[in-house]
Design a protein around this ligand. Structure first.
Ligand code: NDP
Length: 403
């Protein structure tokens, strides 16, 4: 149905490649799959694992995704009609430019960030809406778990359970343990930029700012995971959900961190190691966070080490037929089960599976509409159906108001 080009052969790219191969085999969603990245050896290793586990052949290619002519040459050569961008947020606009030039649909899992400012805003990508409409192409933004599934969860609850949502809390818990003193579960540079940014939430039609990691709450997670401390952070899906959810009064995002993670981050911040501006060192310029990222464990290497589960979901309060109702909708994912299936830990898995499903939605024409879209703007039902089929089963429960 679609010739797919996956760009980025990191932790997430590996899961996307495995799950797209599975979907190609089981549902015929994709005809040809090409995996391209900056380092060909990484593509080769992933293609080898896909062949061994699923018997599916992937083509591989080397590309610098910051180079639009190089991207165009690859898209044309591979005859790709859909590009799944799981490289880094810095590449988003270059890949969107190449898609427009070559007539390919586009999808990513993280919004564009300029290298020199840790800014999480959709404005740069939303500005492409007219061009994608005119070209008759679809661009789907943020098709990971959060953003991604968390947006679709909210859309599903609005479609099936509530007439309007007044209070939304997105709560991301990683109750897993990799045994390392300090490591990030996805790209270290992107992760640390996000976590050290100022907190921000939506209330009564405006954004309220908080100091980084200065607010926390305890949340009691289901299925034996139990109480964990969660920190308020800004997360990009709040921006689109604040715009698209009817009746929203307050929207916040929370994430769990261990005390050890917070302590390491504080010390690294205090000594300047999380700075994103260049500093002079022995006559040359280095960016401290990039140097730090080079020292930290590669998130893809955490697969065999990580045990435990993730639990990511939305708590939504709103009205149904005039009465107040509360729902909690969530997925629980087991790190070791992910590793057995595709050789990755659950953070890469929970991002890569929805990226594949988003691509499948476009390939099957279920979510195909010219323009630039966020996940909650499409019918949630086919996506929610595929989450159950492809490894991220979900539950929605009514919450007693006292909880
Ligand atoms: P990794 O660092 O593991 O992988 C990134 C890959 O992109 C690497 O293979 C890297 O190449 C490649 N790459 C980087 N720059 C270029 C370039 N200029 N041209 C070609 N390839 C390039 O990151 P993750 O897999 O952990 O994360 C991938 C994306 O997923 C990120 O954007 C991240 O923000 C997003 N994400 C989204 C989540 C969600 O729920 N929505 C959750 C987690 C992550 P090389 O191997 O040479 O370094």
């Amino acid at each position: 149905m679609a010739n797919l080009l996956i760009i980025g052969a990191g932790g997430v790219g590996s899961v996307v490649a495995h799950k797209c191969a599975q979907a190609a085999k089981e549902s015929g969603a994709f005809d040809k799959i090409v995996l391209a990245s900056r380092t060909l050896a990484r593509c080769r290793a992933i293609a080898g694992s896909v062949k061994e586990r699923l018997g599916v052949d992937l083509e591989i290619a080397e590309v610098d995704a910051d180079n639009v002519p190089q991207l165009c040459e690859l898209i044309r050569r591979a005859k790709s009609d859909l590009v799944c961008n799981v490289a880094l947020p810095y590449q988003d606009l270059h890949i969107m430019d190449a898609c427009l030039e070559c007539g390919a649909n586009y999808l990513d899992t993280a919004n564009y960030e300029p290298l020199d400012t840790a800014k999480f805003e959709y404005k740069w990508q939303w500005a492409y809406d007219d061009r994608f409409r005119e070209a008759g192409l679809t661009a789907l933004l943020g098709s990971g778990f959060d953003p991604g599934v968390t947006n679709v969860f909210a859309a599903w609850v609005v479609k099936h359970e509530l007439d309007e949502v007044n209070v939304l809390d997105i709560i991301d818990c990683n109750a897993g343990n990799h045994g390392q003193a300090f490591a990030t579960n996805f790209n270290p540079e992107i992760n640390i930029r996000e976590v050290t940014a100022r907190g921000r939430y939506w209330e009564h039609g405006q954004w309220v700012e908080t100091d980084p990691l200065s607010w926390s709450m305890d949340y009691d997670f289901p299925d034996g995971i139990g109480k964990k401390k969660c920190y308020l952070m800004y997360h990009e899906e709040l921006e689109s959900l604040a715009l698209h959810l009817p009746g929203l009064v307050r929207a916040r995002f929370w994430m769990t961190f261990s005390d050890s993670y917070i302590n390491h981050l504080k010390v690294l911040g205090n000594v300047g190691m999380t700075r994103i501006d260049p500093v002079k060192f022995h006559g040359q310029e280095i960016v401290p966070i990039q140097f730090l990222a080079a020292l930290l464990p590669d998130p893809a290497s955490l697969g065999p080490l990580t045990k435990g589960r993730t639990c990511i979901g939305d708590r939504l309060e709103g009205l149904k037929d005039g009465s107040k109702k509360i729902f909690y909708i969530y997925n629980i994912c087991d790190h070791e089960a992910c590793y057995r299936e595709v050789g990755s830990q659950a953070i890469s898995y929970t991002t890569g599976v929805p990226a594949m499903i988003g691509a499948k939605m476009i390939a099957e024409g279920k979510w195909k509409k010219p323009g630039v879209w966020n996940m909650e703007q499409f019918d949630p039902d086919p996506f929610m159906h595929d989450l159950n089929i492809y490894g991220l089963p979900w539950k929605c429960v009514a919450v007693d108001e006292k909880n």
